[in-house]
Design a protein around this ligand. Structure first.
Ligand code: ADP
Ligand code: ADP
Length: 228
């Protein structure tokens, strides 16, 4: 369960340079929403996501997660998990250990780890690949492992930064449907960043269009793109 409030968020990377990467970003996200942040390269999407994850400092404004002010909470204590474009898998570990890693470092007990890893593997169709190393996986399979690693943590909030942009068109199409299905099943509040309008249309409960660090429009796929 997670509800977000982003209040007048601003990001300036370099105080000596005029202009913000993000300007006066305001958004209220309700529990269970799948928000897609869309816009051209350089418009501030990734910066916004990294501020929510705690990987980048908020220059000005307030970020509340379930009514708790998060600005100064370290990334690991936010209850957030994030999936990156380049998968960020550990090459020397098996699929099983990659998925289990975030739980192991939190000292979750072995039986519980095993239950959660197998459940995630089942949801993502990775049951037969658990003993493989990432080098023996296709791009789509690697991205599924990255998703598995994020979902076993049972985080409150799921952040995805262009997770499909390294995949070919056919796999992108397939993974889009899988991520949408995953969201229908888990209902984890999600924020998904992309420059691809098709991804926004087909996956979002609400779309936020950004340009030059500023929100241009917020709406459903229907109101923004007239998508049914
Ligand atoms: P997007 O994700 O939409 O492509 P970014 O959030 O990566 O956009 O970038 C927004 C703006 O901030 C761009 O002008 C970019 O050059 C700038 N920027 C991004 N990261 C940094 C950084 N680490 N230092 C300075 N400027 C940055
Ligand atoms: P953890 O984030 O606790 O290390 P994971 O195994 O899920 O657990 O993450 C693997 C890598 O992905 C981490 O080394 C970290 O760099 C990055 N990562 C994942 N989620 C986050 C997050 N919310 N904040 C910062 N980094 C993250």
């Amino acid at each position: 369960m997670a509800e977000l409030l982003l209040k007048n968020i601003n990001k300036q990377y370099d105080k000596s340079i005029k202009g913000n990467a993000v300007t006066d970003f305001n958004l209220h996200v309700e529990d269970g929403e799948f928000i897609v942040l869309v816009g051209p390269s350089g418009c501030g999407k990734s910066t916004m996501l990294r501020m929510i994850a705690g990987l980048e400092e908020i220059t000005d404004g307030e970020f509340f997660l379930d009514d708790k002010l998060m600005n100064d909470v370290p990334p690991a204590n936010r209850g957030i998990s994030m999936v990156f474009q380049n998968y960020a898998l550990y090459p020397h570990m098996t699929v099983y250990d990659n998925i289990a890693f975030g739980l192991k470092i939190r000292k979750t007990n072995k039986k519980e780890i095993d239950r959660r890893v197998r459940e995630a593997a089942e949801i993502l169709g990775l049951q037969d690949l658990l003993k493989r190393k990432p080098s023996a996986l296709s791009g789509g399979q690697k991205q599924r492992v990255a998703l598995g690693r994020a979902i076993v943590r049972e985080a409150k909030l799921f952040l995805m930064d262009e997770p499909l942009s390294n995949l070919d068109a056919k796999l992108r199409f397939q993974m889009r449907a899988e991520i949408a299905k995953l969201h229908q099943r888990l209902k984890t509040t999600s924020i998904y960043v992309t420059h691809d309008q098709t991804e926004a249309m087909t996956m979002a409960t609400r779309i936020v269009i950004m340009k030059d660090g500023v929100i241009q429009q917020v709406g459903t796929p229907k109101t923004v793109y007239d998508y049914p």
